[in-house]
Design a protein around this ligand. Structure first.
Ligand code: UT7
Length: 325
């Protein structure tokens, strides 16, 4: 027998306020047509007063815990991926832990921007498999609206706020069982040579301010397609599976054209790709768990399905995980 991390619940949360492309076009020099054609985005949610990364993360966590049908007290590990924490410190994960009332275990944040959820998932999976914890909450939560330059049309139309969460339970599993549930394989990468293509121009140790997001979109796009196709292939090879074995791919939701180009490069049927970028825009670390929860709740992703999660973002960082749900 080996230990595997099994997904037993998913959840998500969005701010109250939806903002359409038309509403943005009234504020900056852009059009609904440009945004839809270049990105596939039609709508995003923007956090209002009282809505923060921690409040969204807590709501998503509560939904995931309810779906899992467990008591919050069972959670002994929280790994929260965010680039927009409520405070520079303490970690937002500790605030979520306190709000849920499961104090005493382990709780920390990871920073890998848009790939943050994949990084958080791999760290939690490793801790569960080595026995450091038994039941983990893995969260991606962001309020990117608070680090956007609302006068820069090349970035402000692309992002939104939200949170997604999953509950992972360590279970004994037969290594020879092809239908065994759980995380089957994961790969993470980083290449710091590309820091300057997607970054925030401030921070506690440099400017003493939070800073604003800056991106050279066209260059990020080019790297994203190559890196995502490549890491997905690595994870499939590690699991001894083919693209055609996948039931679903849940990608980071940055741009519909990236999703199409990656699927084409891999020979993946487009109907197997979960797309939510049209309604949520790019929610950074929240985008993968948010899309996963949408597809679980609308009945597309079912227990036993083979699902690939993948993301790429600032750093650059990128990664993928293969899960039997
Ligand atoms: O989540 C982390 C990963 N991030 C990503 O994966 C983002 C990757 N990049 C992208 O999604 C795309 O590159 C963008 C959506 C950011 C941009 O699309 P693009 O097709 O690469 O456009 P572009 O940057 O080459 O800009 C084309 C034109 C420019 O005008 P000129 O120079 O051709 O006259 C821009 O100034 O579109 C203009 N433009 C806009 N026009 C209307 C840029 N933003 C806007 C806008 N509205 N909001």
């Amino acid at each position: 027998m080996i230990r595997r991390s099994v997904v037993i619940g998913t959840g998500s949360a969005l701010p109250r306020r939806a903002v359409s492309n038309a509403e943005l076009a009234a504020q900056v020099d852009t059009t609904d047509e440009w945004i839809v054609e270049r990105t596939g985005i039609r709508n995003r949610y923007i956090a209002g007063e009282g809505e923060t990364t921690v409040s969204l993360a807590t709501a998503a966590a509560r939904a995931a815990i309810a779906a899992a049908g467990i008591e919050a007290a069972r959670i002994d590990l929280i790994v929260l991926a965010t680039a927009t924490p409520d405070q520079t410190f303490p970690a937002s994960a500790t605030q979520v832990q306190h709000a849920l009332g499961c104090n005493g275990g382990t709780a920390f944040d990871v920073a890998a921007v848009c790939s943050g959820f994949l990084y958080a998932l791999s760290v939690a999976d490793a801790m569960l498999r080595t026995g450091m914890a038994s039941c983990a909450l893995v969260i991606g939560a962001e309020t990117f609206s608070r680090i956007l330059d609302w006068e820069d049309r090349t970035t402000c139309v692309l992002f939104g706020d939200g949170a997604g969460a999953i509950v992972l339970e360590a279970r004994d599993s037969d290594p020879g069982d092809p239908a065994a549930r759980g995380i089957l394989a994961s790969r993470l990468h980083a290449d710091g040579a590309h820091n300057g293509l997607l970054y925030v121009d401030g921070g506690p140790s440099t400017t003493g301010t939070v800073g604003k997001l800056r991106m050279k979109g066209r260059e990020v796009f080019r790297h994203a397609v190559v890196n995502l196709a490549s890491v997905l292939g690595e994870v499939l090879a590690e699991a001894g599976l083919q693209v055609s074995d996948l039931d679903w791919v849940v990608p980071h939701q940055a741009n519909a054209r990236i999703l199409d180009a990656t699927a084409r490069k891999l020979g993946l049927a487009p109907e197997k790709v979960v797309v939510t970028v049209d309604r949520h825009a790019n929610t950074s670390a929240a985008s993968v768990p948010l899309a996963l929860d949408v597809a679980v709740r609308d009945g597309r992703i079912k227990p036993g399905d083979l699902v690939m999660l993948e993301a790429m973002g600032g750093g650059f960082t990128w990664g993928a995980s293969l899960i039997r749900m």
